[in-house]
Write a protein that binds this ligand. Structure first.
Ligand code: NAI
Ligand code: 15L
Length: 269
């Protein structure tokens, strides 16, 4: 596949999308933006809901690849998750199929496997093949997205990389995030690798930086050419002083999904 130049970025108004709008163009991408919310200073951005199949067909026309970030990013009632994340992702893959788009990078989440016990010290990293153990309806929608990507590869030859993002924020906010943090710069590096790796078929990767306290295996991401440059350890002393070390008796630290396994943050809209 030639290096993609024009890439549809869904969810472009969101936290990750906003940073990727700044960080991806220097890699050589021309981004077409889509979100249900308008974006300040981006008059050409497509303002559309993922249920608007006509708008999606128009949005994917002529693009080389899609980065699919749009969707509810926290827990919500099942009906809302169904509409935005499950049906919405299906509509986007259908539009991609009709337009012959060759590759999709799907923002999955650690919450697809959120009930996986986090590795105790010395027990090794969680493999990407670990079974789906969603911790919320939100996490369930990400398992659906991963399997939808698998179906569209096997049946229609559309390649996908499903990125189980850990916590992509400017810096880790608690001791759990020391293990799962994805710096914004590494996020751009990873997305670039997902877009340019010669053959990906249906690939699942974890999305995090090269954290000293990493809980999972970055092997499948590195195999795409991802070479993370950041490590959350620089924030460790301050966070451990504030919150204490990881503690398996603390429910927030027992499973990969942290708080989502017992008191998930709720989507506010
Ligand atoms: P966000 O909530 O800041 O952004 C999501 C964007 O999607 C919003 O701008 C929203 O308007 C848009 N959106 C939601 N439903 C839509 C619909 N039906 N039609 C069109 N647009 C819609 O989320 P964030 O943090 O930027 O995450 C981006 C993606 O990465 C999400 O899919 C999220 O689930 C995933 N992810 C993010 C992580 C993180 O640490 N930020 C961790 C794991 C996964
Ligand atoms: C996610 O999937 C959420 O979208 C994000 O807001 C964070 O909560 C992240 O997981 C996390 O696990 O920290």
């Amino acid at each position: 596949m030639p290096e993609p130049r024009t890439v549809l970025l869904t969810g472009a108004a969101g936290g990750v999308g906003t940073r990727m709008r700044e960080l991806l163009p220097p890699y050589g991408y021309r981004l077409r933006l889509l979100d249900q919310r308008p974006i300040e200073d981006e008059p050409d951005a497509i303002v559309a809901d993922l249920s608007d199949t006509a708008a999606l067909r128009e949005a994917v026309r002529g693009v080389d690849a899609i980065i699919h970030l749009a969707g509810i990013s926290l827990e919500a009632p099942f009906e809302k998750i169904l509409r935005s994340n499950i049906e919405g992702t299906y509509h986007l893959y259908e539009a991609a199929r009709e337009a012959g788009v060759g590759r999709v990078v799907f923002a999955s989440s650690n919450h697809a496997v959120g009930y996986t016990p986090r590795p105790a010290d010395g027990s090794g990293a969680v493999p990407v093949e670990t079974k789906h153990r969603p911790d919320t309806f939100y996490g369930l929608s990400k398992t659906f997205g991963e399997d939808l990507a698998s179906l569209y590869w096997d049946r229609h030859g559309i390649e996908s990389v499903c990125v189980r993002i850990g916590s992509c924020f400017p810096q880790p906010r608690n001791v759990r995030e020391l293990s799962v943090w994805l710096s914004e710069a590494d996020c751009a590096r990873l997305l670039h690798a997902c877009l340019t790796a010669p053959k990906v078929g249906h690939t699942v990767v974890y999305g995090s930086s090269a954290n000293t306290r990493l809980w999972w295996d970055l092997g499948s991401a590195r195999a795409l050419g991802y070479d993370p440059q950041d490590d959350s350890e620089q924030y460790a002393a301050e966070l451990v002083a504030e919150f204490g070390e990881l503690d398996l008796d603390n429910p927030e630290h027992r499973y990969l999904g942290g708080r989502f396994t017992y008191d998930p943050p709720i989507w506010p809209y």
